[in-house]
Design a protein around this ligand. Structure first.
Ligand code: WTA
Length: 666
């Protein structure tokens, strides 16, 4: 939403709409022992400020290059960047071979935990062998460098193996989240013209085997150019079989040699395409390349999580089907030679303590997840993690959406025993790697703030005309310098790349997020600008109203949308999930009374301007594969429109469930 009566600045007279976010005034300096042994100190900011390219060159030198680069950054044709030009490297060799060669072959790469409780441990040496076999298998299927391979997989080790096998032979992968529909899969396969698909019969979710192969079969009915489907047997369920096209993984891959000489590819060789669920109907194929991407994911993983490869057990509790999984389950941790946990299933199967059982079992020391998960755990209650030994944890990370101070504090206290730093990391599919985040050994954390751009990254908050806003004001988040892991283009659509990201503020990358700078100049992310509401000419962040709602003791989770309103432009409509005692209160006093209480609460917290026009109590909220609430669909409900595209929902039945609980219309 560009422009508007009052521009992107905070509503007047409110002391900034930050008031609610800033109510939590506690500050958390780094623990002394962590700071004393931190991988990165404050000096990194100075080094990067003095010479950004030299800074990134030093980080790139952490990787193994078959040929050195001749130029750090070629920005002669903006916004098309080329990093480490002339350099050549192999991503899989950087993630595996060099660690094995350095004598770390026996180190565990993944502790994999299947949802039914089956497990598998893969050392770096074993993973390397498996990747080489899979690389040979892909070659046997005729895949060559540059060919695209689509993956539609559950969270099993073969997913990582297949990605690295693609990287090893220079075939860009596109991982399509296993919760996507056949339609969505087809669209992506066609858009990037993949000729080979890797999938599984199914995977385990919510205590049952859920099928994947039927969706592939359906999708491929209209993808005549796909010639091979490589199928992992995971669940053992019956699958349809197309002779001549379908091949079992255990037949083809197991028969291959574990020897494969990794070829070095150009630094700008495509590594993968990740489709993002956008606000428009057609998903965008975000293209990431080799040298710059690996440099920044490796460095940020090392710096932001302060990983010690010898001792840490690291867990990104996200799906590999979105960018967090790519950068911080696969490429970052493996480039750093770290031991990770990989979990197949849902957090409440077979019980609501499953994550914490896993933390206890593998002595996880670093956990990275999304605020939506944290709020779910809050809803389930602190007693559940309280039953497990979480003393191995030393650092907690958050990603994917603004984290409200209540959730931040709960995460630190209930999971982190009030001793683990919380790093709130802002980034996007497009940025490839973390961009704005505390450094755990340096930063004094403020609950709810991602603080400032990481060393080597330049972020600003600007107003409608592109002018940086003063401290204490809000606007649009932009990135003012190219960075190594930036998207290179939108696959097959350079113009859309230029238009979407580089045209709103020429020369700068427009992130699509609203942000504010507080009095110290620290950055608070306020959600997508398309989620910023405009009520009577005042801009109000959906995040802020949500934050107010979840600070009420009856509320577990809230999603707020701006619905068209004849009088005020937009009206605020809130969808809330109540905590167990809230449900009871609603049953006793009636839903209307709960709604009245919540409206009054928001009025108190932010002001009458933020008072929701309508509050709907629902059982579930529609979420994307990456756990983000799909406000677009909620807006459709609030405005009583036909629903938009739901293929990006993890569970499209949620929408029906919501509608069933609602009155006919607002
Ligand atoms: C949001 C996920 C606030 C933001 C890595 C961004 C965040 C979008 C944060 C990208 C955060 C991500 N605080 N908002 N720490 N991290 N976001 O592409 O709106 O799935 O633009 O990448 O998530 O989502 P994506």
């Amino acid at each position: 939403m560009a422009g508007g009566a009052d521009g992107p600045a905070a509503p007047e007279g409110s002391g900034g709409t930050l008031s609610n976010l800033l109510r939590e005034e506690r500050r958390f300096p780094p623990p002394a022992d962590l700071a004393a042994h931190a991988n990165v100190t404050a000096a990194a900011y100075d080094e990067a400020a003095a010479d950004g390219e030299a800074f990134w060159a030093a980080q790139a030198a952490r990787l193994e290059w078959a040929e050195p680069w001749t130029q750090v950054l070629d920005w002669s044709n903006p916004p098309f960047a080329r990093w480490f030009t002339g350099g050549r490297l192999n991503v899989a060799a950087n993630c595996l071979d060099r660690h094995v060669r350095a004598g770390h072959g026996d180190r565990v790469a993944f502790h994999w935990e299947g949802e039914p409780g089956d497990t598998r441990t893969l050392s770096y040496a074993e993973l390397k062998d498996e990747v080489c076999r899979a690389a040979n298998a892909l070659l046997a299927l005729g895949v060559r460098a540059g060919d695209r391979v689509a993956l539609y997989m559950p969270m099993i080790p073969e997913t990582v193996v297949a990605m690295l096998a693609c990287a090893r032979i220079g075939a860009p992968h596109t991982v399509v989240f296993g919760g996507f529909s056949a339609d969505a899969l087809r669209g992506r396969v066609l858009d990037c013209d993949a000729r080979v698909v890797v999938t599984a019969d199914g995977g385990y979710r919510k205590g049952a085997a859920s099928a994947l192969k039927p969706a592939v079969d359906e999708a491929l009915e209209q993808c005549p150019d796909v010639r091979s489907v490589l199928v992992v047997r995971r669940t053992g369920q019956d699958v349809g079989w197309t002779e001549g096209r379908d091949v079992w993984w255990h037949d083809l891959v197991a028969a291959q040699s574990a020897e494969h000489e990794a070829e070095a590819f150009d630094s700008e060789h495509p590594l993968y395409i990740m489709y993002t669920s956008g606000t428009t109907a057609r998903p965008k194929g975000i293209l990431h390349t080799t040298g710059g991407y690996l440099t920044q994911v490796a460095w940020t993983h090392w710096a932001v999580f302060d990983v010690k490869p010898q001792t840490d057990v690291y867990w990104t509790a996200a799906d590999i089907g979105w960018v967090t999984g790519h950068s911080y389950i696969v490429y970052g941790p493996l480039a750093n030679g770290v031991t990770s946990v990989l979990y197949e299933g849902t957090p409440d199967t077979p019980h609501q303590g499953r994550w914490w059982e896993i933390v206890e079992k593998y002595k996880v020391s670093i956990l990275y997840c999304a605020p939506t998960a944290i709020r779910t755990f809050m809803k389930w209650g602190e007693r559940i993690p309280g039953r497990f030994d979480l003393s191995s944890l030393r650092l907690l990370g958050s990603v994917g959406e603004p984290i409200n101070p209540e959730a931040w504090i709960w995460y630190r206290r209930a999971i982190g025993a009030d001793r683990c730093p919380v790093v709130d990391t802002w980034w996007q599919t497009e940025t490839g790697a973390q961009m704005i985040s505390p450094l755990p050994g340096v930063s004094t954390a403020k609950p709810g703030s991602a603080l400032r751009a990481l060393p080597g990254v330049s972020a600003e908050v600007v107003d409608d005309s592109g002018k940086p806003v003063p401290n204490g004001s809000g606007g649009y988040l932009v990135l003012t310098e190219p960075w190594p892991s930036m998207l290179r283009t939108i696959w097959g659509d350079e113009q859309r790349y230029v238009d979407t990201y580089w045209s709103r503020f020429p020369g700068w990358y427009f992130a699509g997020d609203g942000a504010k700078k507080d009095e110290d100049g620290d950055i608070w992310l306020l959600g997508r600008v398309d989620d910023v509401m405009n009520v009577s000419g005042h801009r109000i962040s959906t995040t802020e109203v949500e934050s107010a709602l979840v600070s009420h003791p009856l509320v577990a989770e809230a999603a707020v949308v701006g619905a068209a309103d004849e009088t005020t432009g937009q009206g605020i409509v809130a969808f809330v999930i109540l905590r167990a005692d809230g449900e009871q209160a609603a049953a006793e006093a009636g839903g209307e009374d709960v709604a009245r209480q919540l409206r009054a609460h928001v009025t108190r917290e932010i002001g009458p301007i933020a008072r929701p026009r309508q509050i709907m109590v629902v059982a579930e909220l529609p979420k994307t594969r990456s756990g983000k609430i799909m406000r677009r669909l909620l807006r459709d409900i609030a405005e009583n429109r036909a629903l938009g595209d739901v293929t990006t929902l993890t569970d499209s039945s949620v929408m029906d469930a919501i509608r069933d609980r609602l009155p006919a219309g607002p």
